[in-house]
Design a protein. Structure first.
Lengths: 254, 226, 313
């Protein structure tokens, strides 16, 4: 356990210094701050608009960090051979991968903290009424990131950063459209199409489980079951992905 | 020696400033010549979306942000045409996209239906918008109220107006006065007083600047003097 | 256990290229390393030294054959507890400083929490980096990197230390320091396995030596046995021989190199030495030095390599 913690901390330190990370954080705060310009244009709806900008940009930028930084994590260690002096020690390969995953999550947690803090400050300065319900949406974003980072790390164990970024983005995009697959399965009369669509639906990450921005901004009450099951889904799905990543990593020759 | 370096530096700075000014100048003139084309571009872009149903999945989880973008564009569209030709061909379409992206955006239904009914003279579009709004927000009294008002004032369909007023009066948060107006409508009387009362409330309570202006215009039209 | 490293028919194949062609990097390697000895693993570049080492430390898996390190299979994570490894050009996390890096290494290697602090201090003092604890590794010189490399290899006090070309790129002082460290480790009871192509260093400190060429082990054994205690030849340096005598001596010896007033004579055996000595006494010349020369490792190495190459023709 302590060994995983050591890798987690090291991954965290490394990712924090990644220029990509810092750039994205700064950018996100700028975008959120631009909400101020919106006020005169929004005709009284600036409350909704600025909350939307805040939540959407927090999600967008944290996903960006997750995919871009995550995709380089394992690859960079192999490229730079810093991994030699870790893997040659009494640590299981899966411990290394899990450490990387949680290190990345720690980084994202910190980014979310910073961005959310800035968000609430902006809401306060613009005198927009805000409650803590918005935090629920950010919590769900965090669990969406749990899955996305797991995928990014899986890809990072066997492809270059660019390829893994492309595939991760593709999966992210598709992951939000899986609802259509389910609908297609329901509508189709062919058994094969039904089977394939349903199989894909359960195989692909259903990221729309984590999109509650709309409800949160309009103060619609969400059933707790929805939240709990979504969190459970994130943890289990990621565990499977990380397991596969560990298997691939296990067979690697350095 | 030292002087040479300083001179070189000054020269470089001057060159950069000149270059920057040239860039600014060219861009400025470019924008001026493009200006006329720019305003119609806004609309054209929205027209390329056959409906909100296509736009919705392509922005995946960023629908609410997209809805805000469309909201801002809708306001631009309205403002532009109000100052020029007063033709609002695509208004209904724009609000349809907007509300497909964010079905709970009450303000969009409210504002959209008002300007569709009163400025664009498209009361059936307005009612269609409000019925979508009601389907997505069944407990919202305002949308039914707006539908009732349009039916009463523009379509002079007092029975429908009364019906909508009545339902609205039973929903949470409704104005206490709604029940009375249900009665009014059903009785098919008191058009002017009721209208003035309602427009006054709208004028006093809304934060939407354009809606305030609309209310003011209607009050003047009805002969209201404060 | 007396045998710290055992490989039985160790074979490693790689598949590269588009059609995944098989390249055999190591073939049927049978190695044994005894406890508390210094073992030198020699071979020309590309012979398979680094590949073998990577398998020993678990960075790579054998294609076939058995590899036991400290009694456990090399693929077993536990086998690494007692291994300290220094790769050829060690790469560290550049933004960390020495203390943070060694802490990471200690934690991953399972050093007990209370011992980590003192152990780090001890290591930094040993490699003389104690003044640079807060400097990020990014700013290290080559020598400092190498010293940090040793520190991280020993931080968890392993019984077996594996070094891949540890002295490449070091100046003579650095090399001597390194040799001293290795000898010191031996007195502490540790086993050292290192690969090198600098034969002089190996000759100076190794107990046993293994020679690898093209993935095959062509010779292995104790250094003296390999080199033999036989004397290769004798070198005699004489002063005061005139030209006529030099010519006489030339006929009786293997080679003669005449300088201004000194003459270097090479003879094969002790009888010839006696004959030369007799002449020197007779003529009244001065004997400056008499040295028996043993076969060096370099001689042996080159002979072996050429033998193998001839075999392949």
């Amino acid at each position: 356990m302590r060994k995983i913690a050591a890798v987690v901390l090291n991954t965290f330190r490394e990712a924090i210094r990644d220029k990509v990370f810092i750039t994205i954080i700064v950018f996100s705060i700028i975008i959120m701050g631009s909400g101020r310009i919106v006020k005169p244009l929004a005709l009284g709806e600036e409350g909704k608009v600025i909350k939307d900008i805040g939540l959407n940009s927090i999600t967008f930028f944290s996903v960006l960090i997750g995919i871009l930084v995550g995709g380089r994590l394992v690859y960079k260690e192999i490229e730079k051979k810093t991994i030699y002096l870790v893997i040659s020690r009494p640590i299981h390969r899966w411990q290394f991968i899990v450490g990387k995953h949680f290190g990345l999550l720690l980084v994202l947690f910190e980014s979310l903290l910073i961005m959310t803090g800035a968000f609430y400050v902006i809401l306060f300065l613009l005198k927009i009424q805000a409650n803590f319900y918005l935090l629920l949406s950010i919590l769900m974003t965090f669990f969406q990131l749990w899955i996305i980072t797991a995928i990014a790390i899986l890809l990072s164990t066997f492809t270059t950063p660019i390829t893994s970024a492309i595939f991760a983005f593709a999966l992210y995009f598709i992951g939000h459209l899986t609802g259509d697959l389910k609908a297609l399965a329901a509508m189709s009369k062919s058994v094969q199409v039904k089977f394939v669509c349903n199989a894909l639906y359960y195989l692909l990450p259903n990221l729309s489980n984590f999109d509650i921005k709309n409800q949160v901004v309009h103060n619609v009450i969400i059933e707790p079951n929805v939240i709990f099951f979504a969190i459970g889904y994130a943890i289990v799905y990621s565990a499977v992905i990380i397991f596969i990543a560990s298997l691939i990593f296990q067979r690697k020759d350095f | 020696m030292f002087r040479r370096i300083v001179l070189k530096r000054i020269l470089s700075i001057i060159l950069i400033v000149i270059g920057g000014s040239a860039i600014w100048l060219i861009q400025f003139n470019l924008d001026m010549s493009r200006h006329k084309v720019l305003s119609t571009r806004l609309v054209e872009e929205l027209m390329y979306f056959p409906s909100g149903k296509f736009l919705k999945p392509s922005v995946i989880e960023y629908q609410t942000a997209m809805s805000d973008l469309v909201w801002l564009r809708a306001i631009q569209y309205y403002g532009q045409h109000m100052m020029t030709d007063r033709k609002y061909e695509w208004l209904g379409h724009i609000f349809d996209i907007l509300t497909t992206l964010d079905g709970k955006f009450i303000g969009a239904y409210h504002f959209g239906s008002m300007i569709l009914a009163w400025d664009a003279h498209q009361s059936s579009e307005a009612l269609k918008l409000l019925s979508t709004g009601h389907a997505n927000n069944p407990l919202d009294w305002q949308l039914l109220f707006d539908a009732a008002f349009i039916n009463y004032m523009i379509r002079r369909d007092y029975t429908s107006a009364g019906y909508y007023f009545e339902i609205a009066s039973k929903l949470p948060g409704t104005w206490k006065i709604t029940q009375r107006w249900a009665a009014f409508s059903y009785a098919k009387g008191g058009a002017k007083e009721m209208a003035i009362e309602i427009w006054l409330s709208v004028y006093n309570t809304t934060e939407n600047r354009k809606l305030k202006e609309l209310a003011a215009r209607e009050l003047i039209r009805l002969g209201f003097s404060p | 256990m007396s045998r710290v490293i055992i490989t039985e028919n160790l074979t490693k194949d790689y598949r590269t290229g588009f059609r995944l062609q098989k390249i055999r990097a190591i073939e049927n390697l049978n190695l044994e390393v005894e406890a508390r000895e210094i073992f030198g693993f020699l071979g020309p570049n590309g012979a398979g030294k680094t590949t073998t080492i990577k398998i020993l430390v678990g960075l790579s898996e054998p294609t076939s054959g058995k590899v036991l390190v400290m009694g456990k299979p090399s693929t077993d994570v536990d086998s690494k507890k007692q291994i300290g490894f220094l790769p050829e050009s060690p790469y560290f996390y550049e933004y960390l400083n020495a203390q943070e890096y060694l802490r990471l290494c200690a934690q991953v290697s399972g050093v007990e929490r209370e011992r980590i602090g003192p152990q780090i201090e001890k290591m930094l003092n040993m490699v003389r980096l104690e003044r640079f604890t807060k400097l990020p590794i990014k700013g290290y010189s080559r020598g400092m990197l190498q010293r940090l490399g040793i520190a991280q290899a020993l931080i968890h006090n392993p019984e077996l230390v594996i070094l891949d070309e540890p002295m490449g790129g070091l100046d003579p002082i650095g090399r001597r320091e390194f040799r001293d460290i290795i000898l010191n480790l031996k007195t502490q009871g540790k086993t050292i396995f290192f690969s090198s192509h600098i034969l002089a260093d190996v000759e100076m400190i190794c107990d046993r030596v293994g020679i690898i060429l093209n993935g095959k082990l062509i010779n292995i054994g104790r250094l003296e046995e390999m080199l033999g205690s036989e004397i290769e030849n004798f070198e005699i340096v004489v002063k005061g021989l005139d030209r006529k005598m030099v010519k006489v001596v030339e006929r009786m010896s293997d080679s003669v190199i005449a300088g201004d007033d000194k003459v270097l004579i090479e003879v094969k055996n002790e009888e010839e030495v006696e004959r030369i000595m007799a002449i020197i006494r007779e003529v009244g010349a001065k004997l400056l030095s008499l040295q028996p020369r043993r076969k060096t490792l370099e001689d042996h190495f080159i002979t072996q390599i050429e033998k193998e190459r001839l075999k392949q023709i």
